[in-house]
Design a protein around this ligand. Structure first.
Ligand code: GRF
Length: 238
């Protein structure tokens, strides 16, 4: 069970009080979740300011999306560092001057170490394309099809050193159809990712989230809109 200190989301380096909340988004590639967040901010659905987008590959399409949106971008390549600690310290040195209230992993495909995660404890989110705790790790859609589950989906969670194991804020499930391929299923899940990630970020910014006994509460209790299945409910039946 993960112990996080309450209230979450507060940080001594948060200088954003009173203005819209600052976000720094970390990506690896396509950046469609980043785009969903950009769109939500633009549409007034997310009271946030994306202060920077950081990638680790120069050609990542997500960086181009950020530039188009007028968001500063940076590339920090893990290949320029001899250890993961040095790479992660370089990330921290790039992120912290932006004073983000929240650091958002949006398809960031590098596993982060404990010191990075501890540095942003309680204000580091990730989206994972499965109904966690099912299918942590890679190739989730193919594994879901192979296992024969009837429902698959996506989860937004707080990041802890337990990879894909942090407290889940919101989940969205989609049906698995008999003729699905991993690509078709991934696209169905992705539509839900684009809906739930901006929503989870908004709940965080609005200070509506708390954690009790490893469970994320919305306004003090677990609510249906979090989509978290109770044991034995339809979404958990495989
Ligand atoms: C998404 O499926 C996300 O859940 C996973 O990586 C993918 C990133 O897609 N962590 P995109 O870069 O946001 O389009």
């Amino acid at each position: 069970m993960t112990a996080l200190t309450l209230p979450i989301g507060k940080s001594p380096i948060d200088r954003s009080a009173g203005s819209s909340a600052g976000l720094v988004v970390l990506i690896s590639g396509r950046g469609s979740n980043l785009q969903a967040i950009i769109n939500a901010v633009r549409a007034g659905r997310l009271p946030a300011e994306i202060r920077a987008v950081i990638g680790h590959e120069h050609g990542a399409p997500g960086l181009a999306r950020a530039r188009t949106a007028g968001v500063p971008t940076h590339v920090i390549s893990h290949r320029d560092f001899s250890t993961r600690d040095q790479f992660e310290q370089a990330l921290i040195d790039r992120i912290d001057p932006y004073s983000p209230r929240l650091v958002v992993l949006a398809g960031f495909m590098r596993i982060l170490g404990k010191s990075f995660i501890d540095h942003y404890a309680g204000r580091l989110l990730n989206i994972h394309p499965s109904l966690l705790p099912a299918f942590p790790g890679l190739h989730t859609h193919a594994r879901a099809l192979q296992s024969g589950v009837k429902y698959h989906g996506a989860s937004v969670h707080f990041v802890t050193p337990d990879v894909d194991g942090g407290p889940v804020i919101i989940q969205a499930s989609v049906p698995v159809r008999p003729d699905d391929t991993p690509e078709i299923l991934a696209e169905r899940v992705l539509q839900e990712e684009h809906r739930i990630y901006p929503l989870a970020i908004r709940w965080f910014i609005e200070n509506r989230l708390s954690i009790r006994d490893g469970e994320v509460l919305l306004d003090g209790r677990q609510r249906p809109e979090q989509g978290l299945p109770r044991p034995g409910s339809a979404a958990t039946i495989s």
